[in-house]
Design a protein around this ligand. Structure first.
Ligand code: 13P
Length: 249
């Protein structure tokens, strides 16, 4: 049985006061959320604030990106070692915003995933098709290619140590959620791709859904057999909404 994992991706939002209040409200509820894993991914600059606020609780911390290199002359970048030092266990890799706005490719996503694993971080690797790709029936081939390039880089045996997030680009921040059938269909396709290469990995690997997940649609999505949790953007900035989603898991 895969334990559900709920991850808040704050994206480029928040100030210290907000981080403080949001973390305090979530930590306060953690004792009532015993059977799920919860992680928060604030912007780099708020990690320390979030670490202080979540210290001693079951609430875990993650980052939204990392550099593929070890420490060195890479101005503006943040290394895996720095993230570990800041208290991160998790790191989101290859979010569609990073792919479309910052030029990340399947190749860089694979390399960052390998770097995270080598340095002891747990990668949450994002995949997902655009609206045009779905309209033209390419959604499975796009997702297959995104996932396969990561498998090729890290090897199928290491895939048991990654979490995959299926985030259809057309559902991110739009209020348009994939139906449970659409999401389950893609999650099952992803798991089949893993199973065809390694059965145990397919059983162990958690596949999260992301894209306008809210309190009012979470339970139908999280009730699907291959949906093992959520990667939550907008709704993770509001403690009541985020906790509502966590409770429905
Ligand atoms: P929204 O929940 O705001 O649609 O964002 C989803 C997402 O991109 C999480 O990484």
């Amino acid at each position: 049985m895969r334990k559900k994992l709920l991850v808040g991706n704050w994206k480029m939002n928040g100030r210290r006061v907000m981080a403080n209040e949001l973390c305090a409200a979530i930590v306060n509820e953690m004792q009532n959320l015993k059977n799920i894993d919860v992680a928060l991914c604030p912007p780099f600059i708020l990690l320390d604030e979030a670490r202080k606020m979540t210290a001693g609780s079951e609430c875990m911390l993650g980052a939204q990106d990392l550099d593929m290199h070890d420490d060195g002359a890479y101005t503006g970048q943040v290394s895996a070692g720095m993230l570990k030092d800041a208290g991160c266990e998790w790191v989101i890799i290859g979010h569609s915003e990073r792919r479309t706005l910052f030029g990340e490719t399947n190749l860089t996503v694979g390399k960052k995933t390998k770097q995270a694993l080598n340095r002891g971080l747990k990668p949450i690797v994002c995949v997902g098709e655009t609206e045009d790709e779905r309209k033209t029936g390419q959604e499975t081939s796009i997702v297959q290619e995104q996932l396969q390039s990561v498998i090729d880089e890290i090897g199928i045996d290491s895939c048991k140590d990654i979490t995959i997030a299926y985030e259809p680009v057309w559902a991110i921040g739009t209020g348009l959620t994939a139906t449970p059938e659409e999401a389950q269909g893609m999650h099952s396709f992803i798991r089949k791709q893993l199973r065809s290469q390694h059965d145990e990995t397919a059983k162990a690997c958690r596949i999260l859904y992301g894209g306008s997940m809210k309190q009012n649609n979470a339970s139908s999505l999280l009730g699907c057999p291959d949906i093992d949790g959520g990667l939550i953007g907008g709704a993770s900035l509001n403690a009541d909404e985020f906790l509502g989603i966590c409770r429905s898991a």
